[in-house]
Design a protein around this ligand. Sequence first.
Ligand code: IVH
Length: 715
Amino acid sequence: MSDETTAPEELSRDAAERELERLAQEIARHDSLYYVDSAPELSDAEYDALRRRNEAIEARFPDLKRADSPSERVGAPPSSSFAKVRHSRPMLSLGNALNDDDLAEFEGRVRRFLNLGEDEPVVLYGEPKIDGLSATLHYHGGKLALGATRGDGETGEDVTENLRTLLDLPHTLTGADVPERLEVRGEVYIGLADFTALNREREAEGEEAFVNPRNTASGGLRQIDPALTAKRRLRFFAHGWGEASESLGERQGDILARLDAWGFALAPLARRCTGLDEARALHREIEAARPSLDFEIDGVVFKVDRLDWQARLGAAGRAPRWAIAYKFPAEQAETLLQRISISVGRTGALTPVAELEPVHVGGVTVSRATLHNEDEIARKDIRAGDTVVVQRAGDVIPQVVRVVTEKRPADSQPFAVPAVCPECGSHAVREEGEAVRRCTGGLICPAQALERLRHFVARDAFDIEGLGAKQIEAFYMEGRVRSPADIFDLEAKDGTGAFPKLAERDGWGETSAANLYRAIEARRRITLDRFIHALGIRHVGQTTARLLARRYGTVEDWRTAMDAASEPESESLAALNDIDGIGPVVADAIVEFVAEPRNGAILDALCARLDIEPVEAPAADSPVAGKTVVFTGKLQRMTRQEAKARAEALGAHVAGSVSKATDYVVAGEDAGSKLKKAEALGVTVLSEDEWLAVAAGETPPAADDGGDEGSDGGG
Ligand code: IVH
């Protein structure tokens, strides 16, 4: 299970395919946690890293890109329940300024673009940047007719009924000169007092607290049932507009004043700034006011006040040239680090976590922060009992920035990383060049069990039809399958124990249950290489599993040799290391796995239930030993992978392209350029059946006859 730590450029094709599948599932899961449950598990940076990895792998293997690739989806997953709304004008995002220089640069760009004279002041309208989600509202005859989320900026979702539940959103506009048609844009958010109260209520009802205000608002707005949106007590600040049936005014500030008069709430503290000094002063002022505000803000948006200038400036890509978000630095707070705990991820990675005395940072109570890994702890010298500075940037997950060493207790001790997994007690090892320590418990570690089971039934492992990642997860949650061997007891135990009959379970019936049991039966016979691969031993992918299977032949011989190899000076260990393609890191991982007694128990249980077929060592006298074979087109009798494995087991070399050195090209359905090339070079072309015959020792046909016999056989 080393795929996910391998750099994209080092992944084999098979590993890349597996990784893309894993990433698609993983990213979809985090999307749903973020958008649907409003309970993200990853920081923005960690989430972005997953997406970048997916894209890097897709760039290397464009043809492996999946139909459900995350790179095809941006932001909120399309929800089937809301109608799509195409925005009259795109809803833009904003460029960022992080310091005064950036702001000056922005002003300079505006000046240059408009070719302003030196004395001509640029008036900027500054408003708090609300940390919520934007929405747009259409009023017809002064009545709210339609409201939508931003979506991807071009198309959003119709959430009109949910928007009607906002506490301060006018359903009917009041005052003079309301345009017949008016589109108002702004930010949906939850007040901090409401957020705290809401979480208190949820906790009292035994529900999980929301992580932060922004996600509470965004999740709230996308509820199917408006009554649930109403419960979240969301609010709205207007900060812009879309279409209108008449001109609204000449300046940003004036138009906002009209919106105010028509009944919209506006964020406080906004005002006109003439020149950069005034703009900087407003930024400081709003930053100073930040802790006293009842809503989260993360900066100040500066907009060119004159609308005729806004129109001339236009947009570059997704961001207007006439506005910029001058962000605040991440908010920080001091608190006590009570202890460092270790959390075990689904792939066995041990992550140190700071358990903090709860502290308020940016409107959220923070009580845990990730410490990433032991190097990070050592670098910052973070210890239990320390007073630390924590910060919450745009990220969801807070970070420990540094230790306040002056406040360190005299008796404090450097943090010692545990050498055993806190979940299962197995050895936790850190490999050379790796930042993370990993539990070696694999199959026995509850934190990893589900991930291992998913791998166990994956396509290139046991590949049980009807038992994919989804089903195995459901069985695991239910307790029906906790360890791989349970899969092979499913039928015998069905309806006898704590679980209802499978056929009566949601989504199952007599036929599907019977089909599943038949598929499981079929897999009781498995080749040793597939079996070893299915175990999910770290660093042991298909290729290594095949090497092991070939070298040791039977499962019994393999286990005996691995047991013996746990002796550091043993011949068995030397022999394992001698296998071409297996290095010391891989050898250690294998020996460590087999030596773990609880893995041994799982191996025993599996061996008792399975018929593990030995893999013959490549026979020197096999008819195709030493021959070079190329497979092309779609094979009927076996997968390409299996064909390749079988050919290799017979001592043939399987090549990817056809050359004069090729002995046979095995052409399946729809064979293309490789077949043509073989014909051009006069290489023997075999049908799949012919290949099997040749491999079994029957005479190969002559090169010229290959194609004809192939079509005869097929016809
Ligand atoms: S104006 C054409 N004003 O920030 C510019 N946006 O990072 C459109 N936001 O998508 C935005 N407070 O959701 C503007 N006072 C404010 C804002 C604001 C928050 C959000 C808005 C936008 C995002 C861009």
